[in-house]
Ligand binder design. Sequence first.
Ligand SMILES: [Ca+2]
Ligand SMILES: [Ca+2]
Ligand SMILES: [Ca+2]
Length: 198
Amino acid sequence: MFRRPTANPLDRSTALGGYGPVPEGGAPATAYVTHDRDYLYLAVTFDRKSPFHAIDLVGFEFDNDNDGIREDGDDIVFTTPGIPQNTEWPGADFYRYNGGAYNASDAAVGGTTDVISAWGTVGTTGVFEMRHDLNSSDDAHDFSIDLSGGPVTLGMQIGVQLEADPVGSGITVDTYKPTFATYCQLTLGKKTTAVTCP
Ligand SMILES: [Ca+2]
Ligand SMILES: [Ca+2]
Ligand SMILES: [Ca+2]
């Protein structure tokens, strides 16, 4: 863990509510976001109801220009229990292409990986954390947040994909907050972080 997810929790009771595959049942998840001068910190906590699988996935997708439309260059970050922690793992930093319809790893097309993540569990409750550069030099594949001109608002969507038991079932359930096609609004000021979700 590189950062306690203590700041600015999204709606504690409803964020990602009912994400779970049927065998494990659903449960609300809580997302957290904060930032400092250089990085955006993202976290999600929830009780999976059974041990985490290596292909379980927590992701954040951004609408870089906050116009509600998915476009080329929109930024996506993932973490999963299946990748090394605190490492710039190429599968963790993605971007949108082909008119926003597809996504791929930044590193697959010559971009750089600018996210590290960590995760842990207590029983079946897990915390997933990510740290992403606010303004990497990978401009074609990452958002570029410059707070020198005042607060910046992005669209932000949170996704959780869990594999139904047993491990290897290959059956996954995806849940998005707010939905797969809509975004929360994330507004960053120099010393503030605010999130509103429909
Ligand atoms: Ca957009
Ligand atoms: Ca990148
Ligand atoms: Ca990216």
